[in-house]
Design a protein around this ligand. Structure first.
Ligand SMILES: [Zn+2]
Length: 291
């Protein structure tokens, strides 16, 4: 936590008003209320008649890397992709908001969100997931897919895990991918794994999700990333405790791209080149899955 707090202080958004009295609904709501414009209206009917379905190219994210003018190819109808960058930069400074209980599916509740992990050098998971998600969005937008992000910046709080699932559901997403990196302290633990809901609680979580998980696993392997040697099996891990997956009514998986606490893997996770490789593999998998 100390490391996270230190890392957090280095990030611009973390010093934003901690407003102890400013409860989570305000911050979470700010995210949610800004999200719907893109989250629930994947194909906003722009008054600019004739313009092809815009894919929300970073409305106002000055710090968005790799988002320069995505090509506006014809969007593929019905193929909305929701990307869910894990955690958020404001989480660490807002424990009250983050620790509140929210529905987690399967009759359970769970904390709204967590701070996420970091490399030993202090590079945070939330920054990683944000950067990779923007890169994936750029790649998919260039292919003509409509892409919705579950959060709009890397400085806010949340949204909560149940809302992250809700965004995918309301967008009627053809595929949802949650992007994370792990923080195992087990010596030698490294590699990626793809978590999927198991046992499934609806039809989307059955065969479609299994195929999405396998497609993503295969793309990561093809890109040269090793499967995790400390969790799951052959790069896959069926889970019943992840709210964002439990509550999804669309095909949704969560990829832990690597272990941030492993020194070798941390260097890949921390480099722009490494993040582009992860993004390319994830975008390739989603495009392959959607066909
Ligand atoms: Zn995470």
């Amino acid at each position: 936590m100390a490391t996270l707090a230190t890392a957090c202080l280095l990030l611009s958004g973390c010093s934003r008003p901690t407003a102890a009295g400013q409860p989570q609904p305000a911050s979470a709501g700010a995210t949610s209320s800004s999200a719907p414009s893109s989250a629930t209206s994947p194909a906003p009917s722009s008054p600019a008649a004739g313009s092809p379905a815009p894919s929300n190219p970073a409305p106002s994210s000055p710090a968005a890397p790799g988002t320069s003018a995505p090509k506006q190819l014809a969007a593929k109808p019905g193929q909305v992709v929701v990307l869910d960058p894990g955690h958020n930069g404001g989480n660490a400074a807002n424990p009250t908001a983050i620790n509140r209980q929210v529905p987690a599916g399967r009759g359970q509740t769970k904390e709204c969100d967590t701070t996420g992990t970091a490399t030993n050098a202090g590079y945070s998971e939330h920054a990683f997931t944000w950067d990779v998600s923007l890169r994936v969005r750029t790649a998919l937008t260039a292919k003509g897919y409509q892409v919705v992000l579950t959060r709009q910046d890397d400085t806010s709080v949340g949204p909560c895990v149940d809302e992250r699932a809700g965004i995918g559901n309301r967008a009627n997403a053809a595929a949802v991918v949650s992007i994370h990196a792990d923080g195992s302290l087990t010596s030698g633990a490294h590699g990626f794994h793809v978590a999927y809901p198991n046992p499934p609680v609806n039809a989307a979580q059955g065969a479609p999700t299994t195929r999405l998980a396998n497609t993503l696993r295969d793309a990561m392997v093809a890109a040269g990333f090793p499967t995790a040697n400390y969790i799951g099996s052959n790069g896959l891990d069926g889970r019943a405790d992840l709210a964002g997956l439990n509550l999804s009514e669309q095909p949704k998986v969560l990829v832990e791209c690597g272990n941030m606490r492993d020194s070798a893997e941390a260097s890949t996770l921390s480099s722009a080149e490494g993040r582009q490789r992860y993004a390319d593999a994830i975008a390739s998998a989603i495009a392959s899955y959607l066909g």
